[in-house]
Design a protein around this ligand. Structure first.
Ligand SMILES: [Zn+2]
Length: 361
């Protein structure tokens, strides 16, 4: 099936398909090579940037994939399928794809970087005191499961649920997944220094977007929302012109959290889309996160615990680790053909709407 052919099983395959599709569509390609790290097959790792349309366009629509490594498999397929659809662009408009924003996580099939860092919490100013998250410290013991079995997982959730009951949904989300800078062996760890992926992203933004007057950034993710459906996360302030643009381009659901499976979203530290706006102070910037739903939130939290267990405890039990890995991968990159087809069908429309939106801005 043509729709499924865009999906890949490895980073190397995804990259090759992306590069091929970009060049065939007539895009210009720039690659930022990771100087130190490799993929599991010894392959080199890159942030690849394709520019379709005039390099000096004043309106640029950017689509990013793989901020959370493994989530980039569907993002990559979305980018490739769109390029293969023989896109025609409005005048003075370019479409720029950032492929594999965290290529190490993409290649190693995990959300985090080579330093166990959530890239989407790493865009903070490391010259200033790090953001504090005292709530996370209270949860680390529950999160750091030593032996992975149903009983220990249930035990962790008893503690997490007790904390949530005590502090409420919002404070729970802030503590659990808002980002933390104290436990390098924890989850949603923002890091102690700027990751290579962070620097590469900044370099690419500077190189390709500095001349644009109007820029949009759509960052593709998986794991929040009803299965097989996309939801939007808009972080522009209420009543801001950027939020109104998002609403005009993608409809009310772009800003009203329709379908979002978190009871309360955390206040996140160091996200890539916030950093993006900050990097382009003289442009009009519209940014949005698009998530494709996979599993219910509790299952996704379990996957978060599994990710930490695999990295820090898994090597002691490779057989179990392989089983946990299959479960983890299914949470962020379902193999189900119906899910993959839904991703393809929906993504064409929201990219086209974004391109039409920016060309009219
Ligand atoms: Zn994500």
């Amino acid at each position: 099936m043509a729709e499924l052919e865009a999906f890949s099983d490895s980073y190397a395959e995804a990259r090759q398909k992306f590069v091929e599709a970009a060049l065939r569509a007539g895009a210009k390609l720039t690659s930022y090579k990771h100087p130190a790290e490799r993929g599991p097959g010894g392959e080199a790792l890159y942030l690849d940037v394709s520019v379709l349309g005039p390099g000096n366009a004043s309106r640029v629509f950017v689509v990013g994939s793989g901020t959370h490594g493994i989530e980039g498999y569907s993002g990559s397929a979305v980018q490739r399928a769109w390029l293969r659809g023989r896109p025609r662009l409005p005048k003075d408009t370019a479409v720029v794809f950032f492929h594999a924003q965290n290529p190490w996580g993409f290649a190693h099939k995990t959300r985090v970087t080579e330093e166990n860092v959530d890239l989407n919490r790493n865009f903070i100013d490391f010259s200033k005191p790090l953001p504090r998250n005292p709530g996370y410290a209270e949860l680390q013991t529950a999160i750091a499961i030593k032996d992975w079995n149903e009983e220990s997982i249930a035990g962790a959730f008893v503690e997490l649920d007790a904390y949530r009951e005590r502090v409420g949904e919002k404070a729970f989300s802030d503590a659990f997944n808002g980002g933390q800078y104290t436990h390098q062996d924890g989850i949603f760890y923002g890091g102690a220094r700027k990751q290579w992926s962070n620097s590469a992203f900044r370099a690419a933004v500077e190189t390709h977007l500095e001349r644009a007057r109007s820029v949009a950034f759509l960052d593709l993710h998986t794991g929040i929302g009803p299965r097989g459906e996309h939801v939007y996360l808009c972080f522009h302030p209420e009543a801001s012109p950027a939020r109104e643009r998002a609403c005009a381009w993608w409809g009310e659901r772009a800003v009203n959290l329709q379908g979002v499976t978190h009871n309360k979203l955390a206040t996140y530290s160091g996200t890539i889309i916030d950093a993006f706006s900050g990097m382009l102070p003289s442009a009009e910037v519209t940014s949005i996160v698009v998530e494709f739903g996979t599993l219910p939130r509790r299952e996704m939290q379990r996957a978060g615990l599994a990710q930490r267990w695999m990295r820090f405890e898994g090597p002691r039990d490779p057989v179990l680790a392989a089983k946990v890995r299959r479960e983890y991968e299914a949470a962020f990159y379902p193999a189900d053909p119906e899910w993959r087809k839904a991703v393809q069908e929906q993504s064409r429309e929201f990219i086209d709407r974004g391109v039409a939106g920016i060309s009219s801005s």
